[in-house]
Design a protein around this ligand. Sequence first.
Ligand SMILES: NC(=O)c1ccc[n+]([C@@H]2O[C@H](COP(=O)([O-])OP(=O)(O)OC[C@H]3O[C@@H](n4cnc5c(N)ncnc54)[C@H](OP(=O)(O)O)[C@@H]3O)[C@@H](O)[C@H]2O)c1
Length: 231
Amino acid sequence: MKIGIIGTGQIGSTLTRRLTELGHEVYIANSRGPGSLSDLARETGAKPLTVREAAKAGEVVVVTIPEGKIPDLPRDLFAGVPDDVALIDTGNYYPRERDGRIADIEAGMTESRWVANQLGRPVVKAFNNIYARHLLERGRPAGSPGRIALPVAGDDKHAKEKVMRLVNDLGFDAVDAGGLDESWRQQPGTPVYTTDFDSDGVRRALAQASKDRKPNWRATEDSPGSFAQPA
Ligand SMILES: NC(=O)c1ccc[n+]([C@@H]2O[C@H](COP(=O)([O-])OP(=O)(O)OC[C@H]3O[C@@H](n4cnc5c(N)ncnc54)[C@H](OP(=O)(O)O)[C@@H]3O)[C@@H](O)[C@H]2O)c1
């Protein structure tokens, strides 16, 4: 499969490594441009592109940049990208340490709904609840006892199925976590966040999640930056 990856930090580079190992054709982009990606390209065989080119390069496109940087992406980035291209959002909102205040999320919008609104395009939420290192090292063949499971949330059935197959190929059970408005169940601070449960454990953890955003995951007066609300 052709896969575009926007953001080549901890998660983006991990996905690049694992997906190229599996034989996928991977196209990568970051904020500094293709010239800065030659080491990762040499190591993995992935092809460096601009962000605009990477958005149009895949049957699946992954956006994996800090939440607070999402508004820096071009507003029309996915204009003209066919509807059957699945867009994956791996993002998490870290208002205190990194992202600053995002008013809509503070007001209760799910993080991925906010990302989808910013990008003007439906997203599937996946890979947000596992540490990059575990994503790199802890994949196991299907059927392995204790195989880690990852929740996948999204409104488009076909896009979600495509992403769930990819999760399985990467060595993890995929658990359907419902539509995007249910995706608060896998956000930071929830029982499923970074806990590496198997599929029964993930289902239990999703069911036990509480919708209230925990105080540690809320912006404070001191949180850096602030973002205009989308129209
Ligand atoms: N790290 C984890 O274990 C982990 C696990 C699950 C989910 N997540 C979430 O996944 C997202 C990515 O996390 P990460 O840890 O991989 O981030 P990271 O290591 O800080 O890397 C961020 C990447 O985003 C790129 N970027 C930033 N602004 C951009 C822009 N405007 N256009 C294009 N690329 C841009 C950066 O490119 P440059 O370097 O060129 O600026 C860099 O490649 C975050 O929301 C994070 O919370 C992280």
